[in-house]
Write a protein that binds this ligand. Structure first.
Ligand code: TYM
Length: 332
């Protein structure tokens, strides 16, 4: 079977360093190794973005465009990656409905991300989309018969559920049309943590502005956020992820950004202030060219042309597969 990499990212506007190390950087590495026979599809999942309730149309539109520009600015290559908007391919929502027939509400309600996010609503006020979110995610991947899904560690439960759905589909309809997709997650930096609370992941939706660094943060903002990042008063820097979790978090981030192992970082004589300044310096240096690319893309029309062209390409692929799925299920 053909190797197809698929991943999705919510249109949260500008990605943060968690998104960058969880999926964007690994994606660009894979792109370098891409051969003619391998497919690479990356979706901006704008339908997932309304799973907690509606957004202002204007905001959803501009966040989607910003995310598309950011991905290209980071190095996603439209010649190698089919970058498209989820809502441009309505077949995905149809497949999600079909997958719903193979899933129970109790299993969906047991997922940790559902539990955590639904707690913020009053009983009885939880949006349906929050519960069915993983069905749509599974449909994204299965729609394109993808074999590999590069994601950060936080997506593991969604990936397990997806595997279960692909398996249930195959058993129910006695078919091997949909492969069971494999999660691809790096061993290192698969979970970037909040700068304010190293027990939590860096996230757009919680923790506050100072807890995350976004790819367009200015040099000043980067230095300020690193300065205010959680650390400790134990003096000289040591790497001790169990007892000095906040300092270890900053070292992990420095290791990720500078592409050095912890052993290669000369922190022996550093104070926490030195560590924070080295970290800020490395982040700023890494993000400088991305910021520049992004400004250019946002002001131009290149991205609009790419998304328009790819709407048709993605839709053609989905329609072809959907025809077969409709036959298998009994709709045709
Ligand atoms: P999303 O939009 O929250 O995040 C996009 C990608 O970034 C990774 N990520 C992180 N990695 C490491 N550390 C972090 N702190 C961090 N925060 C985010 C995520 O693991 C993800 O790879 N449900 C998905 C979107 C989705 C999807 C899909 C993914 C929809 N359909 C199909 C893959 C395949 C999500 O909310 O990701």
């Amino acid at each position: 079977k053909k190797t197809i990499y698929f991943s999705g990212i919510q249109p949260t506007g500008i990605p943060h360093l968690g998104n960058y190390f969880g999926v964007i950087d690994p994606w660009i590495e894979l792109q370098k190794l891409k051969e003619e026979s391998i497919g690479m599809i990356l979706s901006i999942v704008d339908q997932h973005a309304i799973s907690l309730g509606p957004l202002k149309a204007e905001d959803l539109r501009s966040n989607t465009r910003q995310m598309a520009c950011s991905l290209i600015a980071c190095g996603v290559d439209p010649q190698k990656t089919l970058l498209f908007r989820q809502s441009d391919v309505p077949e995905i929502a149809q497949l999600s409905w079909i997958l719903g027939s193979l899933q129970t509400t109790s299993k969906l309600a047991r997922l940790p991300q559902y539990k955590e996010k639904s707690e913020k609503f009053k009983k009885g006020d939880i949006p349906v989309g929050l519960l069915t979110y993983p069905l749509l995610q599974a449909a994204d991947v299965l729609m394109f018969r993808a074999t590999h899904v590069p994601v950060g560690e936080d997506q593991s439960q969604h990936m397990n559920l997806m595997g279960g759905l692909a398996y249930a589909f195959s058993k129910t309809y006695n078919t091997d049309f949909l492969p069971i997709p494999k999660q691809v997650t790096r061993k290192t930096n698969a979970r970037i943590k909040s700068l304010r609370d190293p027990t939590k992941k860096m996230s757009k939706s919680s923790g506050g502005d100072k807890s995350r660094i976004e790819l367009t943060d200015s040099r000043e903002a980067i230095f300020e956020k690193c300065q205010k990042a959680q650390s400790d008063n134990l003096g000289k820097i040591t790497y001790d992820p169990e007892n000095r979790i906040a300092v270890a978090n900053l070292l992990d981030l420095l290791s990720a950004i500078s592409q050095k192992s912890i052993e290669e970082i000369p922190f022996e004589n550093w104070t926490t202030l030195d560590l924070k300044q080295h970290l800020a310096q490395e982040i700023d240096q890494k993000l400088e060219p991305i910021r520049r690319n992004l400004r250019e893309l946002e002001n131009g029309s290149k991205i609009d042309v790419i998304l328009k062209e790819n709407e048709e390409k993605a839709r053609n692929l989905a329609q072809e597969n959907m025809k077969e799925i409709r036959k298998i299920v009994g709709f045709l």
